[in-house]
Design a protein around this ligand. Structure first.
Ligand code: HEC
Ligand code: HEC
Ligand code: HEC
Ligand code: HEC
Ligand code: HEC
Ligand code: HEC
Length: 191
């Protein structure tokens, strides 16, 4: 009896997996590998932030964003999006860090930040967040105007998105200290 139940369960499980795979194929979801394979901007030239501003003036004018912080034309928008001469509106010619595979995004961001900040690439590689598959842009956005390190939202709300159980534990007095920033005790980049 038990065996019957488990084989029905695994049959059902198998069918669901198959359905998901089929649906994904029909919807045309690309894998991350496909994203880099389809990219045509690898040999493109830098065009500078002023060029981007012609069509993306809304983004170029925001304050406190990464481009505003870096403020070097050569490394402005293209530091994260790659050289722009093959783009001019064609999405295959420009990179979006949230669509890139985790290790490509890491390489882009750490190309400048490895030694500049408080962590090295090695620290990050060994961190729980890296091992769990999180990428830099799961927490930071280039366009965030959050003056607290360009994070997507206020720090404890950001943590709560993925660690709701811990937030509940904090409220119950079983973890950390209520009202204290999670980052007062936790190092997010390893090391
Ligand atoms: C001639 C106008 C034009 C210029 C110049 C331009 N863009 Fe775009 N860009 C567009 C349009 C239009 C889209 C939306 C395309 C779509 O959704 O099909 C876009 C989309 C994007 C995207 C989203 C891609 C994605 O897959 O999510 C990024 C990132 C981007 N542009 C960055 C840049 C950067 C950086 C520059 C300067 C190097 C730049 N753009 C210059 C017109 C332009
Ligand atoms: C520190 C890295 C970084 C820099 C610098 C940066 N971006 Fe982005 N950009 C991102 C990330 C990450 C996303 C994906 C955000 C998302 O889709 O939620 C993005 C998304 C975009 C998009 C598509 C989505 C949208 O918001 O319309 C455009 C267009 C774009 N960036 C243009 C620019 C322009 C123009 C500049 C320079 C003024 C710039 N970016 C500078 C990281 C960066
Ligand atoms: C071309 C070099 C370059 C690239 C690429 C780059 N950054 Fe930066 N980033 C900088 C510089 C320079 C600053 C300003 C440093 C400062 O103010 O101390 C900065 C600032 C930041 C800050 C804010 C630090 C603070 O003190 O407020 C964060 C967070 C950040 N970058 C994350 C990222 C992420 C995530 C990526 C990839 C999506 C990225 N950066 C890509 C050069 C770069
Ligand atoms: C789990 C969320 C999370 C991830 C993933 C993450 N960060 Fe951060 N990062 C933060 C927060 C929150 C801060 C604010 C300061 C702190 O407490 O570390 C920060 C601070 C920073 C700073 C400024 C301070 C410093 O240590 O130099 C930089 C630069 C930075 N992050 C870059 C990155 C890069 C590059 C990656 C990917 C390799 C990344 N971060 C991945 C959440 C994250
Ligand atoms: C996008 C989802 C995501 C966000 C946002 C996020 N985390 Fe995580 N975090 C994870 C995952 C997944 C793991 C690995 C599995 C686990 O331990 O829960 C992890 C692991 C951790 C660990 C390590 C556990 C260990 O055993 O080493 C700590 C500490 C942590 N996160 C704190 C934070 C803090 C503080 C924030 C907010 C600044 C944050 N995280 C934001 C997904 C996230
Ligand atoms: C007063 C210090 C302190 C504060 C504040 C704090 N923590 Fe922790 N946290 C700890 C300690 C100590 C551990 C256990 C360390 C270990 O086992 O490596 C821990 C463990 C964790 C872990 C991994 C273990 C688990 O139970 O999954 C996560 C995830 C975590 N904390 C997230 C958070 C988040 C999210 C916040 C903010 C809501 C937060 N912490 C606030 C001290 C703190």
């Amino acid at each position: 009896m038990k065996r019957e139940v488990s084989s029905i369960t695994s049959l059902l499980g198998g069918t669901i997996v198959l359905l998901v795979v089929l649906l994904a194929a029909v919807a045309g979801f690309a894998t991350e590998g496909d994203y880099m394979d389809n990219y045509i901007g690898a040999d493109a030239d830098m065009v500078g932030t002023d060029n981007c501003a012609m069509c993306h003036s809304d983004l170029a004018e925001e304050e406190d964003t990464h481009a505003a912080k870096v403020s070097d034309d050569e490394n402005g928008c293209e530091g994260c999006h790659g050289p722009g001469s093959a783009h001019n509106g064609n999405v295959l010619g420009i990179l979006n860090p949230t669509k890139m595979p985790q290790e490509e995004t890491t390489a882009t961001c750490t190309s400048c930040h490895e030694e500049q900040g408080a962590f090295t690439l090695e620290d990050w590689d060994e961190s729980s967040h890296n091992e769990a598959g999180n990428s830099c842009v799961d927490c930071h956005l280039g366009h965030s105007s959050n003056p607290f390190f360009l994070i997507k939202e206020d720090v404890n709300d950001l943590c709560a998105d993925c660690h709701e159980d811990i937030v509940t534990a904090v409220e119950a007095g079983d973890h950390g200290v209520e009202g204290m920033a999670c980052t007062a005790c936790h190092n997010l980049h390893g090391g």
